[in-house]
Design a protein around this ligand. Structure first.
Ligand code: URP
Ligand code: ZN
Ligand code: ZN
Length: 480
């Protein structure tokens, strides 16, 4: 089965060209100027006046993650379908090894949840929550299964937290194997003291979530993780960065030539403590996540860091919890309570608000709007941030993240001649709010192709939950 995408403007991280794209089966087999070839295909897509973009690669999602006494409300089926609606064709989710479990048990559990339930291709990072002699050996072994990145936590003491010695040992292991350490960089020990003190003073509103996680708790942890990674000799990728002081630490280290990288997420670029987390009543709970949404003046710093290369990736950290839905969320295979009013677990005490925001559906569009339409960076940089760099960073390039001969035909046909407005009524994930309510996007997704198959067509999902395939990832190929 061959498909010819005709007359579009093909955009990659480095090119913007009027070109046709020929797909044979699952792969791109030709990119050439219209009229400069004699290609005939089984089907044709007319992309005149539209962009032909690589499908988005979101390297930070959480589907079915247990958190704070409940579970993330999107499962692999609803989450990957929402991703597809939003132009994302690859996700890398986090399999979790909890204390007392082996790494393999955690990986197998997540594989069982995802297998046969994904609209798009998926891979796994591994959260290593129990660092010991045997889990260190397992970190090496699981590379053969395509898991080449490991997330550690300096936050959440007593849950996923690792101390500096454990982190350093895992980093030494990563250095030996060529794998990447992903760091949740917050000083969780200090934060826990601040949280306890705030609650004892009666400071229980959602905004105290941000106030008890001040920027220095992030920048100190970023600095410490860089020091440990340099000592161990491993690449470091700092996830969900929100404080300008923390990004500044990363910049200093990168200027020294260290292989350290950072991601931020659309919610840190668009939301603020003033306008969202500190909203009247309990509304701010919608925007509680860690690292926290910060004061507004961080936003422009983060945008500039993306534009000038101090941050390399925009992912979502998609971890959604119902705000106000009375219905129970659908059954899932994981045991434990799943509740419809999940954020309200923290009504009266912010420390019980489950952490996380939806975003897998919105990332591609909001980054195009605020990044490209509003003139913060070029459309090439947009592609680089949402597709190419994430694929390079996590061993999927050039199979994913670009449009080139031999790449998977993961393609978004994007129409800049139309627009739409984000609304809770029209989103597709298993969630009852969007953080971008009312935001106008001056483009619409006309089609999404995953490995050559159209899975979203003019706003209708035409894919299948058995289409998505597990990606055995290689080692990072990200230049410093
Ligand atoms: O608030 C967040 N980020 N929730 C998801 C878990 C994590 O730390 O990434
Ligand atoms: Zn995290
Ligand atoms: Zn996360």
């Amino acid at each position: 089965m061959t498909t010819l995408i005709k007359n579009g403007t093909v955009v990659t991280a480095t090119e913007k060209m009027h070109a046709d794209v020929l797909i044979d089966g699952e792969k791109v087999v030709g990119v050439a100027a219209p009229g400069a070839h004699g290609w005939v295909a089984d089907s044709e897509i007319d992309a005149a006046g539209k962009y032909v973009l690589p499908g988005g690669v979101d390297v930070h999602t959480h589907f079915q993650l247990p958190f704070g006494g409940t579970y993330v409300s999107d499962d692999f089926e609803s989450g990957t379908r929402a991703a597809a609606f939003g132009g994302t064709t690859t996700v890398v989710d986090f399999a979790v090894q909890v204390k007392g479990q082996t790494v393999r048990e955690g990986y197998d559990a997540w594989m069982a949840l995802a297998d046969g339930n994904c609209a798009i291709d998926y891979g796994f990072h591994m959260i290593v929550g129990d660092i010991n002699d045997s889990s260190l050996k397992e970190m090496e072994a699981i590379v053969d299964d395509g898991v080449t990145s490991f997330k550690l936590f300096m936050a959440y003491p007593g849950v996923l937290y690792s101390d500096d010695g454990e982190i350093f040992r895992a980093m030494q292991q990563a250095a030996q194997d060529g794998t990447t350490i992903m760091m949740h960089a917050e000083n969780g020990i200090a934060i826990d003291v601040l949280r306890e003190q705030a609650v004892s003073r009666g400071e229980t509103d959602p905004r105290y979530h941000t106030i008890t996680r001040p920027p220095t708790t992030e920048s100190e942890a970023v600095h410490r993780s860089i020091v440990l990674a340099e000592l161990a000799g491993c690449p470091l990728y700092v996830v969900h960065m929100s404080a300008k002081e923390a990004v500044a630490e990363l910049t200093v280290a990168r200027d020294r030539g260290l292989p350290v990288y950072g991601e931020t997420c659309p919610h840190y670029l668009h939301l603020s403590l003033e306008d969202h987390v500190a909203a009247p009543g309990f509304e701010g709970a919608k925007y509680v996540c860690s690292t926290p949404i910060r004061e507004k003046d961080n936003q422009e710093y983060l945008w500039n860091a993306l534009a000038r290369g101090d941050l390399q990736v925009v992912s979502t950290d998609h971890a959604c919890f119902f705000f106000d839905d009375d219905e129970d969320t659908p059954d899932r295979d994981l045991p434990g309570p799943v509740m419809g009013r999940q954020k309200r677990l923290g009504e009266g005490d912010f420390t019980f608000i489950p952490n996380g925001l939806p975003g897998v559906e919105e990332r591609f569009n909001v980054m195009y709007q605020s990044g490209v339409v509003e003139g913060r960076f070029s459309i090439n940089r947009f592609v680089e941030l949402v597709a190419t760099n994430p694929a390079k960073m996590f061993g999927m390039y050039p199979q994913k993240g670009t449009i080139a001969i031999g790449s998977d035909a993961d393609i978004v046909i994007y129409d800049p001649g139309t627009s739409f407005v984000y609304s809770t009524d029209t989103i597709h994930g298993n969630i009852d709010y969007t953080a971008y309510e009312g935001m106008t996007i001056e483009a619409t997704i006309d089609k999404v192709l995953s490995r050559g198959k159209v899975i979203v067509d003019a706003g209708t999902y035409v894919g299948s939950k058995t289409h998505g395939r597990y990606l055995k990832r290689g080692l990072s190929e990200m230049p410093v």
